[in-house]
Design a protein around this ligand. Structure first.
Ligand SMILES: [Zn+2]
Length: 153
């Protein structure tokens, strides 16, 4: 992993974002999250890594959401990995419900993808169809399975 795999930019119409500083290979680790801090409370900047822990740090703060993500935040390995080859300059974005069960500040996604979530509010609020095909972290998948078990009981 290279230190300069990504760079934070502040030129997006929706605020800050993270772009690839160079071409990334599929599966490549883009950012190490082990030095992120555990936040006192979830915020618009934090990422839920399970066990009641919400991390914050320059590596994650400005990673935006996409319904067609090109990176995956891996809460077990504590890193961010490219889901496919990424071109230099392309914005890096992950699927927020892959880490977030609930979100403190839901928003309307304008990505325009055919399977766009619409309102992004975490996995709890997303339909099973919208989550299908997305890789989810274990802490999210376990909560989903628990909810589905109750629904089908
Ligand atoms: Zn979307």
């Amino acid at each position: 992993m290279s230190e300069n795999a990504f760079v934070v930019v502040h030129d997006r119409p929706y605020g800050a974002g993270v772009v690839a500083a160079r071409a990334l290979a599929e599966g490549e680790a883009v950012a190490d999250l082990s030095e992120c801090v555990i936040a006192d409370a979830p915020s618009v900047y934090t990422i839920d890594v399970g066990g009641g822990r919400h991390i914050d740090g320059p590596q994650v703060r400005y990673l935006n959401h996409s319904c067609t993500p090109n990176v995956y935040v891996d809460a077990e390995r504590m890193d961010v990995r490219a889901l496919r080859p990424v071109a230099a300059g392309e914005e890096l974005a992950f699927f927020y419900p892959s880490t977030e069960w609930d979100m403190v500040a839901p928003f309307d996604c304008l990505c325009g993808a055919a399977d766009c979530l619409g309102t992004v509010a975490g996995a709890r609020a997303a339909s099973p169809q919208a989550l299908r095909g997305h890789r989810l972290n274990r802490h999210v998948a376990e909560r989903l399975a628990a909810v589905e078990a109750i629904r089908s009981a």
